[in-house]
Design a protein around this ligand. Structure first.
Ligand code: ZN
Length: 123
């Protein structure tokens, strides 16, 4: 879709009327049944990882974060195929440090908080 100019698109023949509503009725199915099952396990894994690691493990800033862990990070990243239901692939962290990891991917990779796709985490 390069070079599509909206001004060159045909104009609506009839403007949408306010309050006409959607044609679709009912709600969208938010997750497939398979994904739903994965997230049942995922919630248990998150609880387990946070329980085992009450304090932030990422500790991005020097001399070190002292906040409680509230989030679970996957250094292998789910988008790169990490198993989000495997506690061994999860790290507990505070919101700030987790944010820093994803906002600074190069530095996070250097520190081992992100693993390039195709590599395994050194345990
Ligand atoms: Zn932290």
């Amino acid at each position: 879709m390069s070079g599509t100019r909206y001004s060159s698109l045909p104009a609506r023949t009839k403007p949408m009327s306010r309050g006409s509503g959607l044609q679709r009725t009912g709600r969208l199915r938010p997750r497939s049944e398979k994904t739903q099952r994965i997230y049942v396990t995922r919630r248990q894994v998150v609880a387990q990882v946070l329980d085992a690691n009450p304090w932030c493990q990422i500790r991005w800033d020097d001399p070190g974060c002292q906040r409680r862990s509230t989030e679970v990070h996957e250094p292998g990243m789910r988008s790169r195929g990490a198993d989000i239901c495997n506690p061994a692939e999860c790290v507990a962290g505070c919101h700030y440090c987790h944010r820093m990891v994803h906002d600074h991917p190069a530095e996070a990779t250097r520190r081992g908080w992100l693993i390039p796709s195709g590599k395994k985490r050194a345990a």
